[in-house]
Design a protein around this ligand. Structure first.
Ligand code: CA
Length: 238
């Protein structure tokens, strides 16, 4: 059977889905529906294949059956979570309530109970994609070539790592999250050093100077601006 003939939407979306399901008929049905919606779909029929395929390819989302031969779905989920925070939606049979709970505790994003309507799967997938995009937004902030990975506490200018102390990092993140907005010394102090800070207020100026040395001077591009008598801001665009 030539499935391409009935896949008008295939090129519409580049999202690649890993479908882990040992019931071949059900897997085929879901595959066709997802392809029709424009997704690219790979099927793993058991847990070991699922892990192998996950390691080798890059997926946008995993639909994961819990009851699998060999390595079960929860174990697959745990291994995936060691590698990635890709959205995972579990497919569970009725009565697997405790597995659902364990699955959600193990980092699944959602679950769908069988038998399901394909529209429900598609709707849950859209929600998972949306959440995942929001999560990514929260984890990364940037201005020009400067990119901050917050969970890793890593700052880079292009490919070059910038070595920052904890306070410098926190100050930079705060300024980038509020880019193009002038922040007063007091706002910066309260946010980065905390309301209970009792040291010198010029500590903000001192740290701004450190950041300018490590970023503006080093990469020969001004990103931190002063608004005289008010405070500082990071500008997106020169
Ligand atoms: Ca199964």
């Amino acid at each position: 059977m030539d499935s391409n003939a009935i896949n008008p939407g295939q090129s519409a979306d580049s999202k690649r889905i890993l479908l882990v399901e040992d019931e071949a008929k059900l897997a085929r049905f879901v595959e066709l529906e997802l392809k029709y919606e424009g997704y690219t779909v790979d099927i793993a029929y058991d847990g070991r294949d699922a892990i192998d395929m996950f390691v080798k390819n890059k997926y946008s989302l995993v639909l994961l059956d819990l009851m699998l031969p060999g390595i079960n779905g929860l174990e697959v989920l745990r291994r995936i979570r060691k590698l990635s925070d890709v959205p995972v939606i579990m497919l569970t049979a009725k009565g697997e309530v405790s597995d659902k709970v364990v699955g959600l505790d193990s980092g699944a994003d959602d679950y769908i109970t069988k038998p399901f309507a394909i529209e429900e799967v598609l709707a849950r997938m859209r929600v998972a994609f949306k959440k995942s995009a929001q999560k990514e937004d929260k984890n990364i902030c940037s201005v020009r070539q400067l990119v901050i990975d917050m969970p890793k506490r890593e700052a880079k200018w292009g490919d070059t790592s910038i070595d920052l102390t904890k306070t410098e990092f926190d100050l930079l993140v705060y300024m980038i999250q509020n880019k193009n907005i002038v922040l007063t010394r007091e706002q910066i102090l309260n946010h980065v050093w905390g309301y209970d800070y009792i040291g010198e207020t010029n500590v903000v100026d001192v740290y701004i100077r450190y950041l300018r040395t490590k970023i503006d001077d080093r990469f020969n591009e001004k990103i931190i601006y002063t608004t005289r008598g008010v405070g500082y801001y990071v500008r997106d665009g020169q």
